[in-house]
Structures are given as C-alpha cells and as structure tokens.
Design a protein. Sequence first.
Length: 144
Amino acid sequence: MNIDEIHNGVVIDHIRAGRGMRVYELLKLDELEASVAIIQRVQSSKMGKKDIIKIDADVPVNLDVIAYVDPSATVNIIRDGALVEKRELALPERLVDVIKCKNPRCITTTEQELPHIFQLAAGSNGHAAVYRCRYCETKEDLIR
C-alpha cells in the first residue's frame, strides 16, 4: 500500500487499532474538501497495530475529540513537507457537543439548542475514565 506524503496538513498518529473511524466520524472529516486518508491496522513496533489519519490540508482539528477517543494518540502538524509540531494528548476535562446525553429525561432532550456538556468525573484516569452529563449526571464510559 502506498499513501503519498502530505506537504501541508495534519497527521493523527498512534490511534489504537480500530478507533480511526470513530475519530474520523467525530471530527466530521467527511465534510472536508481536502483529501483524507485513513490507514487502519498498520504494523507498529511500539503498539503492535495502529490507525493513522492523514489530512492533506492545514485545518484545525478538535484535540479534545481525538483525546476522548484515544488519549495516547499524537497530532503532527506538517508544513512544507516537514514536521513542525507534535502534540501529545491527555483526556479532556470537559467535552462540548462531542457526545450526546442518552438520558431521555435530560434537559438537552427538550431544550435542543443547549450544548451537550460532559465533565470528566473525579478520579478518572486513562484506563477507567467516566464522563458525566453536566445537566443530569448521566455517565458515559469511555470505550477501552
């Protein structure tokens, strides 16, 4: 398989195998006019297998979305064919309009203009993270 290098854009690397499509969906990369490559289950000496997303455009990406799906992922900014910045991620304390509350009695169900806000629960870590709806406290477990 041969995927061209990008000259200006973003490479989301070290995504746990099988989670690249979730990042793609949450970032709404299908709405971009730019080329986007999703490479799944690539051999990695560090991880065994991993997913990679390459975006051939200098576009802002929501780091909280990526960190929510996989806090061990890295985001590389490429300009003129060279790596200019590498960002390490951590679980975000707060998510806004990334996930939706599943509680049918939550105020976000009737007041649909309200943002869906989730806070990282106290004591959460990368292995047992839990987010709670700001309005009704319904929990959303991370996929691990």
